[in-house]
Write a protein that binds this ligand. Structure first.
Ligand SMILES: Cc1cc2nc3c(=O)[nH]c(=O)nc-3n(C[C@H](O)[C@H](O)[C@H](O)COP(=O)(O)O)c2cc1C
Length: 412
């Protein structure tokens, strides 16, 4: 499960941040927690636009995609902090990321009552129309005497307190599991698979479907190549090194941007007929609509559906096993959303690989074997495993019917 934790304070030395950081570290095997800050959010103002604030956009995108939210509230004058209230106003006015979202409340304060009055107020606020969060009744964690509660490493020292916190978090995890079953899929807006609206990074002046798009577009923008250094998020590589690195990946990788333009694949050196998801060189740069032009209309709907659920945040990835692949092959396609720095949708990275050798290696290394049965199917995934025949059921992209089709050279 993926949770986000909202630090309800803009104080540098915030005890509520300490509390969330402790939860993140100490319970990392139970769930993933990303701690989010509110310190740069401007005071709510109806005259201004929420999405002009980078931090608000980030909060909106992260909350929308999280399975649950943990808010750590301070207590100021017997209620929540003005900074937290302001964030909740922004995020309940023109946008509503908390709607039907499971939220757990925790809080740390200096005195004995440990934010009890602030928490009562916060519950009411979360109930308000426009916010409409789901909170589990009675599940409250109050950390009093916050100054004495942590050791120098930021760990809560009292074992009983940690155990009680764990009980509250376990309750919340169960609650999120139940609430997620009530979750209705978000509507999927029609996808512009023909890239009619260029985005900031679209290379204009060359037809995306031009078979020589890579060469022509590279010339237009003066793309660097060869031994020119490129500074990445954390590292420096030459273009040649990036190419070698990507080609050596034991996966077929593709990248389509948020404008549905198929920009790149890493196996252009390989015979397309040996690939698990057939790609051909002239497809680089093409519109997704063109790449999948040979698909019947109902399969094109699948393409739209995969892009749509990743774009609207309903799913972070879609996994499918391509049906009808030969024995010894589990043809696995994994589509994952990519994000811009503010957390908004930036396109798809697709990883295609034969899962069978990985599975064989794992079973051999651990001395285990598959016994079949009816394991619960994960969302968008597959239940039964069958060691003898490889993939044992038909690929089904997120329960949408159909799935991918390697023979048609289309993997969505
Ligand atoms: C303006 C203000 C009002 C406060 N009011 C309360 C209060 O009503 N109850 C309380 O327990 N602590 C109160 N405190 C102390 C907070 O518990 C303490 O500042 C705590 O560190 C706030 O959480 P933070 O460290 O995450 O910002 C107040 C602090 C400030 C700055």
């Amino acid at each position: 499960m993926k949770f986000v934790g909202l630090v309800g304070s803009n104080y540098d030395q915030s005890y509520n941040r300490k509390l969330l950081e402790f939860i993140r570290r100490h319970f990392k095997l139970k769930f993933e927690l990303e701690v989010l800050e509110i310190d740069e959010v401007p005071m709510f103002n109806q005259d201004e636009k929420w999405d002009e604030s980078f931090q608000l956009r980030y909060l909106y995108n992260k909350i929308t995609r999280a399975d649950g939210v943990i808010i750590a509230t301070p207590e100021h004058n017997h209620t929540i902090s003005a900074s937290l209230k302001s964030v909740l106003e922004w995020l309940s006015y023109e946008v509503h990321p908390f709607e039907n979202k499971p939220v757990m409340i925790v809080g740390a304060s200096y005195y004995d009552q440990g934010t009890s009055r602030a928490q009562v107020h916060l519950r009411k606020i979360l109930d308000a129309p426009g916010v409409n969060a789901y909170t589990l009744p009675g599940n409250e964690f109050l950390l009093g005497k916050a100054k004495e509660a942590f050791d120098v490493d930021g760990n809560i020292t009292n074992e009983g307190t940690v155990n009680f916190l764990e009980t509250c978090l376990d309750n919340f995890v169960k609650y999120v599991g139940v609430v997620s079953k009530l979750k209705k899929p978000k509507p999927i807006a029609p996808e512009d698979l023909y890239c009619t609206k260029p985005i900031a990074t679209t290379i204009q002046g060359v037809d995306p479907d031009d078979p020589e798009w890579v060469e022509k577009a590279a010339e237009l923008v003066g793309a660097v190549s060869g031994d020119t250094y490129v500074k990445l998020d954390h590292g420096i590589l030459t273009v040649n090194q990036i190419d070698m690195f990507l080609k050596a990946m034991p996966f077929e990788l593709t990248y389509a941007d948020d404008n549905n333009q198929f920009l790149y694949y890493n196996n252009a050196h390989q015979d397309p007929n040996t690939m698990y998801g057939k790609r051909v060189r002239v497809q680089a740069g093409s519109r997704l609509g063109t790449v999948h032009a040979s698909l019947p209309p109902e399969r094109m709907k699948n393409v739209e559906w995969v892009v749509g659920v990743l774009r609207n945040g309903d799913q972070e990835y879609v996994r499918t096993i391509v049906p009808g692949t030969p024995e010894g092959v589990i043809n696995t396609h994994n589509y994952k959303a990519m994000y811009y720095p503010d957390g908004s949708y930036a396109g798809i990275n697709e990883i295609i690989f034969n899962f069978q050798p990985w599975l064989d290696w794992y079973l051999e290394t651990t001395g285990q074997r598959l016994v079949g049965g009816n394991a619960a199917a994960p969302a968008g995934g597959h239940g039964d495993a069958d060691a003898t025949s490889g993939a044992s059921d038909a690929g089904d992209a997120g329960g949408h019917g159909g799935g991918a089709d390697a023979t048609a050279g289309a993997s969505y």
